[in-house]
Design a protein. Structure first.
Lengths: 283, 283
């Protein structure tokens, strides 16, 4: 595995690989790799000749007062995990490489960035869309691999790729979970042992939602109410949002119909730690 | 010369040409081709194996009440000119191709879009940056060729290419002028014979500015005052702006120093027709 820190060198290498006829895959991450990232890398490995893992804690997608400074960073550990998972190139640019003096160009995906995470984290998806556009141009992949864990991010990136005509296929990989159901996240490391125990209620509440919907519940209020009750009863988590929306348009739903692709998504704070999770269901 | 109307086909062709080792150049235009565009095509022809001319009257870069509807369109004439000038591919997408249902992703170059044209035409450069990003992704050129006539556009596009890491070289071709100095523009066709005669004063005022600066004038007020006097005296044109700015940062200057790269730019309305022109000078 080769480590590249310079964006121009990365771009030259990617172009050379394309010209050799290789199929390139990008797995963009903020590092602090866990088994969820490994699943992305394995999915990329199965589908591409050259797997590029980018590790960049992107400052522009963090809001004020968020965890940019304390976000876990351990490039030696990440590098070892990436190598084991079959990455060919580890791209680790610096902030100065990515945001040169005078940087002022941003990509905005308007409507899809507004609800849910966008409400709680203004500017977040502009930061995401902009850095993904940059990474796509730098690494020139045929395939870009993201996780379903960040469901709204996947929808926003899909729209940007389509609207701006990026010549890349998008692959969304299912969320990887701990034994008790907690979605893997680099932010789980922030949780106290007690919070960690309680956090299992998030995925349990999503399974409860699925169960209710599968058994015929069509009132969104009733489903969300049941989830809210579960989380409040068995944890100290402060609910940021619980939402049921159309999986493509992210339009909030009030009453479900049969045969709809829906997203059930939530964000809950445990102390200073904000966790998100979701499931996608065809009703 | 091949005409392509479909963005996906254009992208496939461009990718195939790159994989064959060809060097691609894009000349993005809104059609109504004149000798200024021919100069862009010739510059591209000298530097590339495959010259792609795009003709697309981009609705998102026109403001309300501007000339989107009446902008001249004559694809048969454009096609003949493009062929004569050596274009290999004429890319003519429809609005529906470029802005599909649900389109909502935009590229914004913040500071450089604000002054001059940006003040008079809010949203103009967002429209330009977005469509150029799309065209770069669709046509995958090694080289993109623009005219110096749209000086601020060139600065905005240069910044976007750098900030978003587009792997493309930018070539800016000098403005082509009529015998009396009027900068070639598709909008010159709107002018009445009387306005057409008067419009020569724009380039004359720029030459006057250059003469003053070359002879040692360092006060921007004095230069702009002389230009304003000339234009008012000998035409019915309504001055939108006359500005002297740093050629890279577009920061407005009050006092010139020796060895500066400056832009002297103006926009003047003749009836409903808005003309722009500029010169770049090293003081």
């Amino acid at each position: 595995m080769k480590t590249i820190r310079d964006a121009s060198l990365m771009q030259q290498d990617a172009e050379a690989a394309r010209l050799r006829g290789s199929r390139l895959a990008l797995v963009p991450t903020m590092g602090a790799l866990h088994d969820g990232h490994v699943a992305l890398l394995r999915a990329a490995r199965e589908r591409a000749d050259l797997v590029i893992l980018s590790v960049f804690v992107n400052p522009t997608q963090f809001g004020k007062g968020e965890d940019y400074e304390r976000y876990p960073r351990d490039i030696d550990r990440d590098s070892a995990i990436a190598r084991d998972a079959g990455a060919d190139v580890l791209f680790v640019p610096s902030n100065e490489q990515m945001y040169e003096k005078g940087f002022q160009s941003f990509v905005t995906v308007e409507k899809l960035s507004a609800p849910f995470e966008g409400e709680s984290r203004p500017g977040h998806f502009q930061g995401v869309a902009t850095v993904v556009a940059k990474l796509l141009n730098i690494t020139k992949p045929h395939l870009a691999v993201f996780g379903q864990k960040d469901a709204q991010q996947a929808v926003v990136v899909r729209r940007m790729i389509r609207d701006l005509n990026f010549d890349v296929e998008l692959l969304i990989v299912p969320t990887v979970r701990e034994a008790d159901g907690l979605a893997m996240s680099s932010r789980n490391a922030y949780l106290s042992p007690r919070e960690r125990g309680e956090a299992a209620v998030l995925s349990a509440s999503l399974r409860k939602a699925e169960e209710l919907i599968r058994s015929g519940e069509r009132r969104v209020d009733a489903v969300v109410g049941a989830m809210r009750g579960m989380i409040s009863l068995s944890s100290s988590g402060a609910i940021d949002y619980i939402a049921i929306a159309d999986a493509d348009s992210l339009a909030r739903l009030e009453h479900l119909q049969t045969g709809q692709d829906i997203l059930v998504a939530l964000a809950v704070r445990f102390g200073k730690t904000r966790l998100i999770d979701n499931i996608q269901i065809t009703t």
